[in-house]
Write a protein that binds this ligand. Structure first.
Ligand code: HEM
Length: 501
């Protein structure tokens, strides 16, 4: 009897849950952007996405228009497509579309609502402003930072040259070198490529980025993380992200301990000391501030995460595109030999003299679209876009891919690598407003100026020194990406022929 009662309660509960779910997923449909497919009970559209989320979003964009809704579990998420709508949502209405939803990997390390890239409101504004000030002090957009980057690029190019034409995995070297630049800003010094702690940090950050795509569903259906076998990579992310947290906490502690007794370190400057300096000044003048130990630690994790894979993958995509279109490499070499030569190192001032290389960088960023879905945003007020109403607290996916690959903007060859599309008939670089690899609005990439310097210096040094050749030139490596947080080329090897020999 007791058992029957229990079954009845269970059955009634299940029916009530389903009714609630159907009510929730169908409510508001008159105002919300359309949903391309009827969501399944409890899981929503998660398992209707197909393996290739880019192609799926492209098809749904075509089917539904610039705005469509999908359900992750019972949570509605609005996907924003197309340049004009993207600009309206994230720029015109940026004041109320710039919050971030809480994400499971931040929860997993006990750092929700901490730091720079995943906070909202007053904490985010204070940390964004602080980070911007610090990077400006270090010369973001000026020669000081360029000097730091040049120092790293020289080590990187020499390491490639030491391979003496043997095939190398460019992703590994580029990733390590680019993360060293962030490391040198945060800690005030570069690390040797063999430093075990640095190697472990880099490896762990990479694992988090790689697994993030699979783990996306866990944000909405936390139960998935308990499935056996770690199908959704939730456990892998937690372990690696905890590694990153602990390693960076340890390094911050050391820098602060050393710094107290070492004025030279303070003089040279690093992110940690500048942050502490600003924190101290605010506290001393009794200004309310959110700057503290936990936010500092999470800001450094965010900077490593945001500033490594984006830049390194762009560099590696450039190599891959070049292997598929060798004539582009010939033109880069001609321009570099003519404008810089081989007798001196490239400098930032050369950028204006190298329009072709600049178009190669732009076209690489456009076609690779390394952050295809940007980072999720959330509304902080109800917004109206055309006939649609998006409620307060709704998660938004900024589909950057839909802008960077739109044939109506870039032409029918939008899927082809063609740097000339950014060149006018007089050989000058064309600046298109639709070229938005760093997104737009209040949440635009904080490191865009730094990324531009990195991309120019890495690629100008690399092409000055090497001719890049595929292991099998008739069959260059696949262009198929691996999509995690970013779009990363499938691993491949390349031969770097030294042009100085
Ligand atoms: C090719 C290189 C890069 C690309 C394509 C890129 C792209 C992006 C994109 C699309 C976003 C999300 C914007 C949004 O939410 O709407 C972002 C955010 C961010 N990026 Fe970058 N990024 C690059 C390099 C860097 C570098 C080098 C740094 C480090 C200094 C950096 C730091 C950040 C930070 C801190 C955020 C979060 C900003 C916030 O939430 O307010 N990025 N980036």
């Amino acid at each position: 009897m007791l058992q029957l009662d229990f079954m009845t309660v269970l059955f009634t509960g299940a029916i009530a849950l389903l009714c609630w779910y159907f009510f929730k997923t169908n409510a508001n449909h008159g105002k919300l952007p359309p949903c391309p497919l009827k969501p399944w009970p409890l899981v929503g559209n998660i398992f209707q996405m197909g393996a290739d989320s880019r192609a799926q979003f492209k098809a749904w964009h075509k089917q539904c228009g610039d705005l469509f809704s999908i359900y992750f579990g019972s949570t509605v998420v609005v996907v924003v497509n197309g340049f004009k709508t993207y600009r309206e949502v994230f720029m015109t209405k940026g004041a109320v579309t710039s919050d971030r939803p809480d994400m499971f990997f931040n929860q997993a390390i006990g750092m929700s609502h901490r730091g720079l890239a995943f906070t909202s409101g007053a904490v985010w504004r204070e940390h964004r402003y602080t980070a911007h000030q610090i990077l400006k002090e270090f010369g973001m957009g000026t020669n000081l930072l360029a000097e730091k980057i040049t120092e790293e690029v020289i080590c990187y190019v020499n390491t490639l040259a030491e391979k003496k034409g043997k095939p190398v995995d460019p992703q590994h070297f580029t990733y390590v070198s680019v993360s060293n630049i962030i490391g040198s800003i945060i800690f005030g010094r570069r690390f040797s490529y063999d430093d075990p702690r640095f190697k472990k940090t880099v490896k762990s950050i990479k694992t988090v980025a790689e697994c993030a795509g699979m783990a996306g569903a866990v944000n909405f259906l936390p139960i998935l993380k308990y499935l056996p076998g770690d199908i959704f990579k939730a456990k892998a992310i937690k372990v690696s992200y905890l590694n990153v947290k602990n390693l960076l906490a340890e390094m911050i502690f050391e820098v602060e301990g050393k710094g107290d007794n070492n004025p030279k370190e303070v003089e040279n400057g690093n992110y940690i000391f500048s942050y502490r300096d600003k924190q101290r000044k605010k506290t001393q003048s009794r200004k309310a501030t959110s700057l503290d130990d936990e936010h500092l630690l999470k800001s450094t994790i965010d900077l490593f995460g945001a500033g490594t894979e984006t830049v390194s993958s762009t560099i590696v995509w450039c190599l891959l595109f070049i292997l598929h279109t060798p004539s582009v490499q010939t033109k880069i070499h001609e321009e570099l030999d003519r404008e810089v030569g081989q007798g001196r190192q490239p400098i930032m001032e050369d950028q204006a003299r190298l329009p072709y290389l600049n178009t190669v960088i732009k076209e690489t960023q456009r076609l690779s679209s390394v952050v295809p879905f940007s980072v999720m945003h959330k509304t902080s007020e109800e917004i109206k876009i055309g006939d649609f109403v998006i409620p307060n607290d709704t998660i938004l996916i900024p589909n950057l891919d839909s802008v960077l690959h739109d044939p109506e903007i870039w032409g029918s060859d939008a899927e082809v690598f063609n740097p000339e599309r950014f060149l006018d008939k007089d050989g000058n670089v064309i600046h298109r407003e639709e070229f938005i690899p760093y997104s737009m609005g209040p949440r635009i990439c904080l490191g865009d100026a730094m990324a531009k310097i990195e991309l120019f210096l890495f690629l100008s040094f690399m092409f000055q020194r090497f001719q890049f050749v595929a292991r099998d030139p008739l069959h260059p490596p696949t262009l198929k990406p691996n999509i995690g947080f970013t779009s990363v080329p499938t691993a491949f090897e390349i031969i770097c022929v030294d042009r100085f020999k």
